[in-house]
Design a protein around this ligand. Structure first.
Ligand code: DSN
Length: 409
C-alpha cells in the first residue's frame, strides 16, 4: 500500500499527522474532519467520472453516484432550508465564480468587501479572477469602530449600481446583517451573494442569522466551522437553479469529485445532530472567553471582541508585527496566521495583526478552562520571545498539554 509503494509521501503524511496532533491550531478557517468524513474522502469514489447531474450524466455506471449526490443535495437543502443546492463546486472560490458568471458579464460591476477590511480574494480583489474579469468596487469598515457601516454600503451601492453585491468575510468577528444587505441589494436592483464559508457551521446550528432566505445566492466551503471535506457548495433560489447548475457544469468544471461529494453528504448529516449544535455553541463560547481574557491582558481587539468563531488582534501596542507573532507562536507549537487589520499600515506579508479562531481546538474538546491555559502560553512566549531555551521549554509544555486532547480517539 502507500507505505510500501511511496514511503516518501507516506512519511510526510505521518509527519503532518504528528504536527497536527502536537500543535494548538488557532487558524480560524481550519478544522479536523471526522473519521467518517475522512473515510468517504479517501474512498474508491475517486475512481468514477460523473459529468452532469443525477439522472443526467455523460457516463454510464452512475447508479450509486446518482444516489450519493442526490442525498448530499437533499441533506444540504434540509439543513439550510434551501430551495436549491449545487454540491459540485470544488472550492469556495469556484462557488463564487459560478455565481458571478451566472448573473453578470465580464466588465460588469460587482461590489464586495475590501480584502484589507476582512473580505475574501474572490470578492473582487485585483489579484483574483473576480477583480480582473469584473469591474470590482468595494466597501470597507468604519475607521473608528471597524464595523461594517451599512449606510456607507448603501451609498456605495447607490453610486456604482453593481450587478451583484457580495457579503460575508474571512476576517470579520461580528454578526453580519444579511437582511440589511438584502435591502441594499433590492434598492439598487442587484443580486445578493452571501458567502457564509467561515460561519456555515454556526448558521447550520442556528447561532448566526442565516443568509439563505434573504439572499439570491449563498456560497460556502464545507471545511471551516462546518468541519467537512475541503470543498464548496452553492445555495440559490429555485429561479436561479438552472443557470447555477449550467455554470458549474459544463460552464466551469468537468467531472465532479464524487469522493468529496460523498463526504459533503456525511458532514451535512453530522451538522443536523444535537452534538454538532453543542459543538458550535462551544466554539463561540470559547472565542468570547478568548477575546475577553486577551483584552484583560492588554491586547487590542478589532471591534472590541467577537460574536462568532474568530478574533482579530491589533498587535501595534505590543510592538510586534503579525508576522513576528506568528513565527514566535509557531516556535511553541501554537499555529495562527498573520492578518491585516483594517487600515493596516503594514503590507499583507507582514501585517499588524493576527487572526485567531476556535473551531479546531473546540473539535478537540477544549473548553473554557483550557482557553485560559492557552492564553497563558501565548503571553509567556511573547514575554520571553528572545530566549530560544525558554521558548523550547514552553513548546514542551504545549505538546504535553495538547496531547491530552487527541484529534482522533
Ligand atoms: N483562506 C481562507 C481563510 O483562511 O479565511 C479563506 O478562503
Amino acid at each position: 500500500m502507500l507505505e510500501k509503494f511511496d514511503s516518501e509521501i507516506y512519511s510526510l503524511i505521518e509527519k503532518e499527522m504528528v504536527r497536527e496532533s502536537e500543535t494548538i491550531n488557532l487558524i480560524a478557517s481550519e478544522n479536523y474532519a471526522s473519521s467518517a468524513v475522512l473515510s468517504a474522502t479517501g474512498s474508491i469514489l475517486t475512481n468514477k467520472y460523473a459529468e452532469g447531474y443525477p439522472s443526467r450524466r455523460y457516463y454510464g455506471g452512475c447508479e450509486f453516484i446518482d444516489s450519493i449526490e442526490s442525498i448530499a443535495i437533499a441533506r444540504a437543502e434540509k439543513l439550510f432550508n434551501a430551495e436549491h443546492v449545487n454540491v459540485q463546486p470544488h472550492s469556495g472560490s469556484q462557488a463564487n465564480m459560478a455565481v458571478y458568471l451566472s448573473c453578470a458579464k465580464p466588465a460588469d460591476t460587482i461590489l464586495g468587501m475590501d480584502i484589507c477590511s476582512g473580505g475574501h480574494l474572490s470578492h473582487g480583489a485585483k489579484v483574483s479572477f473576480s477583480g480582473t474579469i469584473f469591474n470590482a468596487v468595494y466597501y470597507g469598515v468604519n475607521q473608528d469602530t471597524h464595523l461594517i457601516d451599512y449606510s456607507e454600503v448603501e451609498n456605495i451601492a447607490q453610486k456604482y449600481k453593481p450587478k451583484i453585491i457580495i457579503c460575508g468575510a474571512s476576517a470579520y468577528p461580528r454578526i453580519i446583517d444579511f437582511k440589511r444587505f438584502s435591502e441594499i441589494a433590492k434598492n439598487v436592483n442587484a443580486y445578493l451573494c452571501s458567502d457564509m464559508a467561515h460561519i456555515a457551521g454556526l448558521v447550520a446550528a442556528g447561532i448566526h442569522p442565516s443568509p439563505v432566505d434573504v439572499s439570491d445566492f449563498v456560497t460556502s466551503t464545507t471545511h471551516k466551522t462546518l468541519r467537512g471535506p475541503r470543498g464548496g457548495f452553492i445555495i440559490c433560489k429555485k429561479e436561479h437553479a438552472r443557470k447555477i447548475d449550467k455554470t458549474i457544469f459544463p460552464g466551469m468544471q468537468g467531472g465532479p469529485l464524487m469522493h468529496v461529494i460523498a463526504a459533503k453528504a456525511v458532514v451535512f448529516k453530522e451538522a443536523a445532530t444535537d452534538d454538532f449544535k453543542e459543538y458550535q455553541n462551544q466554539i463561540v463560547k470559547n472565542a468570547i472567553l478568548f477575546a475577553e481574557t486577551l483584552k484583560e491582558s492588554g491586547y487590542h481587539l478589532i471591534t472590541g471582541g467577537t460574536d462568532n468563531h474568530m478574533l482579530l488582534i491589533d498587535l501595534r501596542n505590543k510592538k510586534i508585527t503579525g508576522l513576528e507573532c506568528q513565527n514566535i507562536l509557531e516556535k511553541i507549537n501554537i499555529i495562527v496566521n498573520k492578518n491585516s487589520i483594517p487600515f493596516d499600515p503594514l503590507g499583507a506579508t507582514v501585517t499588524s495583526g493576527i487572526r485567531i479562531g476556535t473551531p479546531a481546538i473546540t473539535s478537540r474538546g477544549i473548553k473554557e478552562k483550557e482557553i485560559l491555559k492557552i492564553i497563558e502560553f501565548i503571553n509567556e512566549a511573547l514575554y520571553c520571545k528572545d530566549s530560544p531555551e525558554k521558548l523550547k521549554n514552553i513548546r514542551d509544555r504545549v505538546k504535553d498539554f495538547i496531547k491530552q486532547f487527541p484529534i482522533y480517539k
